[in-house]
Ligand binder design. Structure first.
Ligand code: PMP
Length: 445
């Protein structure tokens, strides 16, 4: 409905990642749990967690109350002072972090966490270059967008200051002509090592990797890959930055996606799920080795709102609520018993589903126009009428999907009930039938 909110939005709000003239944003009136309502009263099941951040669902009363209580006590204080909410948040995050990582630098979101992780790695090593994979997203600020390995970088790239891209493992669309996970892993690691050698190991400060790439397609790395990255970083004195902005805080059915693997990075970036997005917050979890670089030498960087009390209170309440309500375990169960089996069964039924990938509450359907050639249902970096029809059919079925290029992502709140999950899957199933109509057989294009 084109009410006052809509009209003022169209007159004055400049939106992210969008051609402004053609926008028709949905006006959201309210949200609760796994549902939201627009200003026509239409109810939608949120299978997107917005931009994959409402990990505890919408308006969880315990977190809302914690933010209200914090606001009544101390809304804000400058970052040079200690405050209870920030100390507790850092403590909880350090406790959850893998390995010996135990210091937290707070930022306002994911991109600035990436900026600071890169800065720490550069100052620690005295080197400049950072390696990142194609098919990745690291944020919208300048260094983070240069590191990003997907088409969102193209119009923003101003010469990729000190950034070198390499191919990560992705068996379904293998760059290495591999046919098994083991082959993909071995060849991807050999390619990474060649890249390091040809770039000059002494020039490389860091390798940044989303533990499981998110918006680029939810591609869990094959067993052994991250362990191999750790070994390469150790061999060449390179800092490993694990970007857990999307995959962290329960999304994968573990606290960090890293917990699924046997390798510990030097720095972890996080955001989104840490507060479920109720108040913006991100940060870098730092190993003692990197932190020690700044024991006697000042760290040259900071943010006015680093460790903001409202965000920190939201983080503490979010983490405690996730623990008390066993949301991470629930997400793991959903992945194993509901999403995994049901999405794979859908792939069998629907010609437009090329591959299903994921874990926990973190799944992607790679949609194709042709199963044999794997031609994507929308071009890399773009949209297509076929994908738009699938997305529209999801919404018509009462489900809000997360879609990117040729993919539909199933990324609901971690505490979605099994019945709600099945309701969303039924809407998806019907929408995929719309996609099937666009599949052509080989030679028929
Ligand atoms: N890294 C990853 C893996 C992300 O998914 C995102 C956001 N989608 C970012 C970084 C950037 O986070 P933000 O938008 O909070 O700056």
């Amino acid at each position: 409905m084109k009410d006052r909110t809509y009209e003022l939005d169209r007159a004055h709000v400049f939106h992210s990642w969008s051609a402004q003239a053609s926008l028709t944003p949905m006006v959201v009136e309210r949200a609760e749990g796994s549902y939201l309502w627009d200003n026509d009263g239409t109810k939608l099941l949120d299978f997107s967690s917005q931009l994959v951040f409402t990990n505890i669902g919408h308006q969880h009363p315990r977190v809302v109350k914690a933010i209200q209580d914090q606001a009544a006590t101390l809304c804000t204080i400058a970052p040079q002072h200690a405050n209870a909410a920030r100390s507790e948040a850092a403590h909880l995050i350090a406790e959850l972090a893998p390995g010996d990582l135990d210091r937290v630098f707070f930022t306002n979101g994911g991109a600035d966490a990436v900026e600071h992780a890169v800065r720490m790695a550069r100052l620690h090593t005295g080197r400049r270059k950072v390696l990142s994979r194609y098919r990745s997203y690291h944020g919208g600020t300048q260094t983070a967008i240069n590191l990003t390995g997907d088409p969102r970088r193209w119009p923003n790239d101003v010469g990729a200051d000190g950034v070198v891209h390499f191919f990560g493992p992705f068996l379904y669309r293998s760059e290495f002509h591999a046919t098994t996970e083991a082959e993909e892993c071995e060849r991807a690691l050999a390619h990474l090592e060649h890249t390091i050698q040809l770039e000059g190991p002494d020039t490389i400060a860091a390798i940044i990797l989303e533990t499981i790439p998110g918006t680029a397609g939810i591609m869990p790395p094959p067993p052994g890959y991250l362990e191999g990255v750790r070994a390469l970083c150790d061999r060449y004195g390179i800092v490993w930055i694990a970007d857990e902005v999307m995959a962290g805080f329960g999304r994968t059915g573990t606290w960090f996606a890293l917990d699924l693997y046997d390798a510990v990075p030097d720095l972890i970036t996080f955001a989104k799920g840490v507060t479920s997005g109720y108040v913006p917050m991100g940060g870098v979890i730092i190993s003692p080795r990197i932190a020690a670089t700044f024991d006697d030498r000042p760290y040259p960087g900071g943010l006015t709102y680093s460790g903001h009390p409202l965000a920190a209170a939201a983080a503490v309440a979010t983490i405690e609520t996730m623990k008390d309500e066993k949301m991470v375990e629930h997400a793991a169960m959903l992945g194993e018993e509901v999403f995994g089996p049901e999405l794979r069964a859908m792939a069998e039924r629907h010609a437009c589903v090329g591959e299903v990938r994921g874990v926990g509450a973190f799944w992607a359907l790679d949609l194709v126009a042709d199963a044999a050639t794997k031609e994507p249902l929308a071009p890399y970096g773009g949209s297509s009428p076929a994908m738009n029809e699938v997305i529209a059919a999801c919404k018509k079925g009462g489900m809000l999907p997360f879609a990117n290029f040729n993919r539909i992502h199933v990324v609901p709140a971690l505490n979605i009930t099994v019945d709600e999950a099945r309701e969303g899957l039924a809407a998806l199933d019907a929408a995929l039938t719309v996609g099937d109509a666009h599949v052509h057989s080989v030679g028929d294009a």
